[in-house]
Design a protein around this ligand. Structure first.
Ligand code: TXA
Ligand code: MG
Length: 339
């Protein structure tokens, strides 16, 4: 199959919509990461997403809507907290887990009685969903286990020959996947941190949001994951990534002492010249937005350079840095060295 990359003009939005209505899958831009989209109401189309990505069948997908009218196609018995959060954060990088409707394809929910839904803010994403006229199920458009794609080129690198069309909406502004919150638990439960923080959710809801243990820690063997995606290896480049927790000085000392051929630093901007070990940067130390925006393309860059071992500077765990910490922790397969 020939894979085309086209800009999001009227004609190409209509082409994407037509493919989606015909049960095909299309790479689409969102503000977080690129998605691999299919009609959320068409189980056969959704199956194509799983096979193009090589995604485990028991990992459910997020459905994307362009207006509140579409919400009942995905969810029912909607709690008032959903409307509170939709008012505060939609369109935007927030996904809510709700009781599922009967319309949404079983393949989207992977056997659960809940469904995840969000309204993205990227204009091309909203235009494609509206033109297709149905909610679109869309996981990140990477091969399962690889870093999520933040440009159309990244999608092409993973999906060339597997899908007919990628709509190029430019580089993603957020750069890490949406925040996922479950509203199906006794108290709201944060399943995946993102650009919208736990603190922002608590301020909007006026109550405490619990943090799933799996966000910051490895799940104990045999434990049941509250979100199936937590079980799987994620965001990993081919190189071994090791997170180094400690001062800049201690980090440089450690890296210099352990460097071999194929060793790279994954460090902050401004630290490039502090060691002779080659590096890729991921934003300034004090900017979670820059780090989120850069992390996945930095991991792909390290692969392109054939890095074997990557020593990464470790961001803070809490507040606005939690999303970056969560992703880099998984790309390092929870491998942390304290220095
Ligand atoms: O920013 C994003 O959310 C991107 C863009 C394309 O919108 N999408 C994305 O999808 O990250 P994906 O499939 O890579 O991640 C979906 C996550 C997985 O961890 C999955 O386990 C979880 O959401 N999830 C989906 N449905 C769920 C459900 N019913 N209950 C709990 N977790 C769910
Ligand atoms: Mg993903």
């Amino acid at each position: 199959m020939q894979t085309q990359i086209l800009p999001p003009n009227k004609e190409n939005i209509a082409l994407a919509a037509k493919l989606l209505q015909n049960g095909e899958i299309v790479g689409i831009p969102t503000e977080t990461v690129y998605g691999l989209a299919a009609s959320a109401l068409n189980g056969e189309a959704v199956k194509k997403i799983f096979s193009a990505k090589g995604r485990p069948q028991d990992n459910p997908l997020i459905s994307h809507i362009s207006s509140m009218d579409m919400l009942p196609m995905i969810a029912q018995n909607i709690p008032s907290a959903c409307y509170t959060l939709a008012n505060a954060f939609w369109p935007g990088p927030l996904t809510m887990v709700l009781p599922r409707s009967a319309d949404v394809a079983d393949e989207v929910c992977a056997g659960l009685d809940t469904a995840a839904v969000r309204m993205p803010s990227h204009k091309a994403a909203l235009d494609i969903i509206a033109a297709a006229g149905v909610p679109l199920a869309a996981p990140s458009a990477n091969l399962s286990g690889s870093p999520s794609p933040t440009t159309a080129r990244h999608v092409m690198d993973d999906m060339d020959g597997r899908i007919p069309l990628i709509i190029d909406g430019g580089a993603c502004t957020v750069g890490v996947e949406s925040t996922v919150i479950s509203l199906c638990t006794q108290a709201p439960l944060l399943l995946r941190p993102g650009h919208i923080t736990k603190e922002q959710l608590e301020a909007a809801l006026g109550c405490e949001v619990l943090l799933s243990q799996a966000v910051l820690h490895m799940l104990p063997q045999g434990a049941q994951a509250p979100s199936p995606g937590m079980k799987y290896k994620h965001y990993a480049p081919k190189a071994e990534v090791i997170l180094i927790k400690g001062s800049l000085n201690a980090y440089n000392k450690y890296v210099n002492a352990h460097a071999q051929s194929g060793t790279y630093r994954l460090c902050y901007l401004g630290e490039e010249n502090l060691s002779a070990v080659p590096c890729v940067t991921y934003g300034h130390e004090n900017s979670s937005d820059e780090q989120a925006n850069r992390l996945f393309s930095a991991l792909r860059e390290l692969d392109a350079k054939n890095a074997k071992t990557v020593y990464a500077r470790c961001p803070e765990e809490s507040g606005e840095f939690m999303a970056v910490y969560n992703r880099i922790l998984r790309s390092a397969a929870f491998n942390i060295v304290e220095v």
